[in-house]
Design a protein around this ligand. Sequence first.
Ligand SMILES: Nc1ncnc2c1ncn2[C@@H]1O[C@H](COP(=O)(O)OP(=O)(O)O)[C@@H](O)[C@H]1O
Ligand SMILES: [Mg+2]
Length: 134
Amino acid sequence: MDVDINLDVRSEAIIMADPDDMEIVFNNLLSNAVKYNRMGGKAEITIDSSDTDMIVVFTDSGIGILPEDIENLFAEFVRIKSEKTKNISGSGLGLSIVKKVIELYKGTIKVESTPDVGSIFTVRLPKKLINIPE
Ligand SMILES: Nc1ncnc2c1ncn2[C@@H]1O[C@H](COP(=O)(O)OP(=O)(O)O)[C@@H](O)[C@H]1O
Ligand SMILES: [Mg+2]
């Protein structure tokens, strides 16, 4: 897929986390932003920081997701079946693992999406973590 990827670090955000855990989150969300995009489309990652959280936003110009599909997206083995996704392969496990990892860190993930316009996945991870997951 021919997709332009852009990274925008708006403010320094330092968190205590296992790099392998963060790799799972970044890798899955960025690869979805590319996989479910269109030829010549865009994927953007912005990193920002509030008083309490690191905020990472993955925006794509892809196929989007219908409102009724969003609620099941993070369950295991869920893949949306449509004319637009029928030639795209995957296990349907990525987002379920991403969500589990984020929740270990007491963070949140939310999705906003418009079919044929694109999707925005927003991850918030607390900067101060009392119990670091093993
Ligand atoms: N950025 C996205 N744009 C459109 N649909 C998406 C996006 N990310 C995920 N999806 C949909 O959610 C489903 C589940 O995603 P995921 O758990 O990563 O599984 P996989 O990518 O292996 O199919 C995908 O099959 C796809 O239908
Ligand atoms: Mg995936």
